[in-house]
Design a protein around this ligand. Structure first.
Ligand code: FNR
Length: 185
């Protein structure tokens, strides 16, 4: 069997009942053993301030260490005002510095955006994609994952109810694994 890949998931919501995080947890549970997905906490990261780099907050250091070790990154984002939440942008900024020591550089990525609305957080997805271009992260292009109606996706035991949706996510995970294997350093 192929070596199991270590994937960190960065989730852009702190809400207790976050649909986005519940979706990622469902994906982690249904992923094959060859793809281990672990959510990394971003809620305790102090807001990025370059002045703090002389003595970086321990939460920054732990986040940088964990994400640097990962072979790939799965970003999952809600949409706030047609963009990604500030929380997620802050985590991206923290990981990108100090200059020349970005944890993101050349690390393969997947993006899922989710909303109860019909547009599937398209705006957040593409703002995030724009940052990943600058960060030199190869971001999987297909299948795209704009998940609308995310509030109806999971049953109370966090299973994906609709067989077509389940099939879509199985295909997404398969493509993501292949993408990470192709691009991991
Ligand atoms: C939202 N929401 C939202 N939804 C959307 O589809 N497009 C948007 O631009 C916005 N804007 C927005 C701004 C702010 C400040 C909040 C709090 C919410 C609604 C959002 O999709 C909804 O609250 C989701 O449930 C958030 O994701 P989690 O927390 O369930 O993962």
């Amino acid at each position: 069997m192929a070596e199991s890949l270590d994937i960190v998931a960065v989730v852009g919501s702190l809400r207790r009942e976050s649909f986005t995080r519940r979706l990622v947890q469902a994906l982690a549970a249904m992923a094959p053993a060859s793809l281990r997905i672990e959510i990394v906490g971003i809620g305790d990261l102090p807001l990025y301030n370059q002045d703090l780099e002389s003595a970086p907050p321990p939460a920054w250091l732990a986040f940088r260490e964990r994400t640097r070790r990962a072979q790939g990154v799965l970003f999952a984002t809600p949409e706030y005002n047609r963009s990604m939440p500030g929380l997620l942008k802050n985590a991206i900024d923290v990981g990108s510095r100090p200059y020349g020591k970005s944890v993101w550089s050349r690390k393969p990525a997947g993006i899922i955006s989710a909303s109860p609305g019909a547009l599937g957080a398209f705006g957040a997805n593409h703002h995030l994609r724009q940052a990943l271009v600058f960060l030199d992260m190869p971001a999987m292009q297909q299948p795209e994952a704009y998940i609308g109606g995310v509030d109806k996706l999971l049953d109370p035991s966090d299973q994906i109810v609709n067989p077509a949706s389940r099939q879509f996510f199985e295909q997404f995970l398969k493509s993501f694994e292949a993408w990470v294997r192709r691009h991991a350093g």
